[in-house]
Design a protein around this ligand. Sequence first.
Ligand code: HEM
Length: 307
Amino acid sequence: MANLAREAFDAIRSVSGSQPGHRAAHAKGRIYRGRFTATPAAGSLTRAAHMQGEPVEATVRVSNGGGRPDGDDRAKDGRGLATKFYLPDGSRTDIVAVTLPRFFVRTPEEFVPFTRARRSGLATALYLATHPRTAVVTSSAAKGLVRPPSYANCRYNGLHAFRWIAADGSERYVRYSWVPEAGEEQLSAEDASDRDRNFLQDEFAQRLEGGPVRFGLRLQIARDGDPVDDPTRPWPDERETVEAGTLEITAPDTERERGDDVLVFDPTRVTDGIELSGDRILKFRRAVYALSVEDRSGIVLADPDID
Ligand code: HEM
C-alpha cells in the first residue's frame, strides 16, 4: 500500500509539477472559520458528538481541485469544501467533499495509471479508449468540473459511504452532500473571462462581509444492496434523504497554516458513531494525503496529534 501511495502521489505531481510547500491536489484555496449545528434528525441517526444539536466550531477550506497554487479560477475545475469539526472532548472529525457527483475510479490500482494518463490529452484519450467503463464514469464525473460565480454556489459531495450508528445501536450507510443555501450556479466561459484569475478567492471573502455563507448537510441513506464500497457508483436519486444540519461559514481564518501550523483534512478521521465503509479509495486517501503533508511541511502524519 505504501508503494502504491507513493506512486499515486508521484502521478499527481507529474500532472501539476512540483509545487514546494503546497498541497499536491487542491493547492489553491483559503481557510475560514465557521460553526455547524445538527438537526434532531441527525442526532437520531448517529451518536456522534457533533450531530447532537449543540453548535460546534469548524474550520473550513474552500479550494480548486488542481495541483497548482496559482491556478486560474476562471477554468472549469472540481471545487472542494473541506470541513473540520471540533468536538466537545477536544478531538476532531473531518468531512471532505468535492463538486464531482462520483469519483473517477474504484480502486487505488486504477487511480495510478488513470492519473498518469492525465499528463496529456492524447494519453488520456488512449487510456479511456482502452478502459471503457472508466470512460463512461469519467464523462459523468466530469459534470462536476464547474465554473461557478462563487464557492457559495456549488454543491459539494462526500462520495464515500460512511456507517452511522445510532444511540440505540441501529446502523445505516450514508453519503454526504453540502447543499448551498445560495443555490447552484455556473458561469459561461464568456462571463468568466471578464473576471480576475483569483476572483473566486476574493469573492468569497467579500461575500462574508455581508454575513455568513450557509450550506445544508444532506444525507442520502442507502438501501440494502446499494454499493457502499464504490465511489464511482452513485445511489439512485429516489433514495431517502435527511437534512442533517447547517454549516455557517463566518469569517476568514488568518491564523491557520502560518509558521509551523499544519492543517490536513482527512476523510478517514471519523469519530464514535461514524465508521468507514470498505471503500478502498477512502482508506487509500489517508496514505496519499500523508505524503502530501510530508512533502509540503516535512511533518510525518503518522503522529496522531497532527491536525
Ligand atoms: C485516490 C483518490 C484520491 C487521492 C490520491 C487524492 C489526493 C489528494 C491529495 C494528495 C490532497 C492534498 C492533501 C494535503 O496536502 O492536505 C488532496 C486534497 C483534497 N482532496 Fe483528494 N484525493 C483523492 C480522492 C478525493 C475524493 C474522492 C475527494 C472528495 C470526496 C477528494 C477531495 C479533496 C479535497 C476537497 C482536498 C483539499 C482538502 C483541503 O482543502 O485541505 N479527494 N487530495
